[in-house]
Design a protein around this ligand. Structure first.
Ligand SMILES: [Zn+2]
Length: 433
């Protein structure tokens, strides 16, 4: 019944190694990110895909960052590992600021964030970074000299890399912000550390990032197309084997399989750049092709899908029947998924959702906090599974082929009302336009 030969695991691994070993870290706007885009374009051209094109757009690119954090403990200053948040400013002239710690458990203690209340102090924020814009504005208005973020989802002895919402920094400002390991903050609490020094020297510039687009044209080009997508950029200081070389390698494998079978509808493949700063590449693509969005029927996205241990999740934005159909097709390949109807602004599908295009996102978290290796030096080829990626590609290819050959789809385009409301709210809050 499955018309596709088994996925060649050697080919998967070869592509994965090019992205992670030969190219490595692929932060937005860097030469490495461009090399990744060119590699993807080259592969698609080799497979015979048509209309292969690289579209460029501006982004913020981190040129260099040096964060120094020291804790006063046992009568001396002790250096601590720290990572800079891309998009946040440095300390004035990159100099070290010294201040008393104010512990913030957010969001529940946001009442502490009165205007100017943290002036001259260093806020150590335990929890997520603010997810609501009013909390972010309160944090900025409290004017801490610096913020140290301790991510409650990652209770490990290393600091994660991350970025901030560009629209929030632009509209409301941002204090200098760094991350430290969870275990380090734990120790500060235990040892009664009260005083910190923080110095952040950060050089950022506007640079170009790239989206790569290619097509397998259908015989009925008037029918809405199917878009399959992933992102090839990474956070700083890691090769992003799972986030998201896994998605890109999966996309290449899907193109290879689907190129061999006929189709009515066009299948468009897109590998986005600059996802890690909140889907900048995907938003640029949607903006540049705004009038063509009515002719996109569905986006299927792959982001961080190759954890050896994990739960395969399918995030659906769009009609319930779309999710049910996907589940049925995956079940044929004996692949079960946890489905979610939550709208996430963190996938590249969100800019499409904003203009009414339904979407499915595959994601494979491996613990209740998400993925333990999230945005850290541990996101390497040693921590992904070729078997898992092959299993996913094998399950998804027949589903995509089926969708691409139907003149009509057994689901409507309109989203449920609650999803529509959330898309509108998150869009207005997190994006610039
Ligand atoms: Zn990602």
């Amino acid at each position: 019944m499955n018309p596709f030969p088994p996925v060649n695991q050697k080919t998967l691994l070869r592509d994965w190694r090019v992205l992670c070993d030969d190219i490595g870290e692929r932060r937005a706007g860097s030469t490495a990110e461009r090399r990744a885009a060119e590699f993807v374009a080259r592969r698609w051209a080799e497979m015979g895909l048509t209309s292969v094109v690289i579209e460029e757009f501006p982004c913020t690119s981190l040129v260099s960052a040096r964060s120094r954090v020291q804790a006063w403990s046992g009568g001396r200053w002790r250096a601590v590992e720290a990572q800079t948040l891309v998009g946040a400013p440095g300390t004035p002239a990159g100099r070290t600021v010294e201040g008393e710690i104010v512990w913030l458990e957010l969001p529940e203690n946001r009442a502490v964030l009165k205007r100017g209340a943290l002036r001259g102090k260093i806020a150590v924020l335990f929890g997520p970074l603010p997810t609501r814009v009013e909390h972010h504005r309160q944090l900025v208005a409290a004017q801490p000299s610096a913020v140290i973020h301790v991510d409650e989802r990652l209770p490990f002895p290393w600091a994660k890399s991350d970025g901030v919402y560009p629209a929030w920094v632009k509209r409301h400002g941002m204090p200098p912000t760094v991350t430290v390991p969870y275990t380090e903050a734990w120790q500060w609490r235990q040892a009664g550390v009260r005083q910190l020094r923080v110095g952040v020297r950060i050089v950022q510039r506007t640079a170009l990032s790239q989206n790569v687009i290619a097509e397998l044209p259908g015989t009925s080009p008037h029918l809405p197309a199917l878009v399959l997508s992933a992102h090839h950029d990474t956070q700083c200081d890691n090769p992003g084997a799972d986030d998201n070389a896994s998605g890109v390698v999966g996309l290449l494998a899907l193109a290879r399989s689907l190129a061999a079978v006929p189709r009515r509808r066009t299948i468009r493949f897109i590998s986005f750049g600059c996802e890690e700063q909140l889907s900048v590449g995907s938003a640029a693509y949607v903006a540049a092709h705004r009038t063509a969005m009515r002719r996109v029927g569905l986006v299927v996205n792959f982001d961080s899908v190759a954890s050896p241990l994990g739960h395969l999740e399918l995030w659906r934005v769009g009609p319930v029947a779309l999710g049910t159909l996907a589940e049925r097709w995956l079940a044929r390949a004996v692949v079960g998924v946890r489905t979610s109807a939550e709208v996430s602004p963190f996938f590249d599908t969100f800019p499409f959702n904003r203009v009414g295009v339904p979407s499915l996102c595959f994601y494979r978290p491996n613990f209740s906090g998400g993925r333990w290796q999230h945005h850290s030096r541990h996101d390497t080829l040693a921590n992904v599974s070729v078997d898992e990626l092959a299993r996913l590609v094998t399950a998804v290819a027949p589903f995509v082929r089926n969708l691409a050959n139907r003149a009509t789809w057994p689901f409507a385009r309109a989203f449920p009302a609650d999803q529509r409301r959330v898309v509108r709210r998150l869009g207005a809050e997190l994006f610039e336009s």
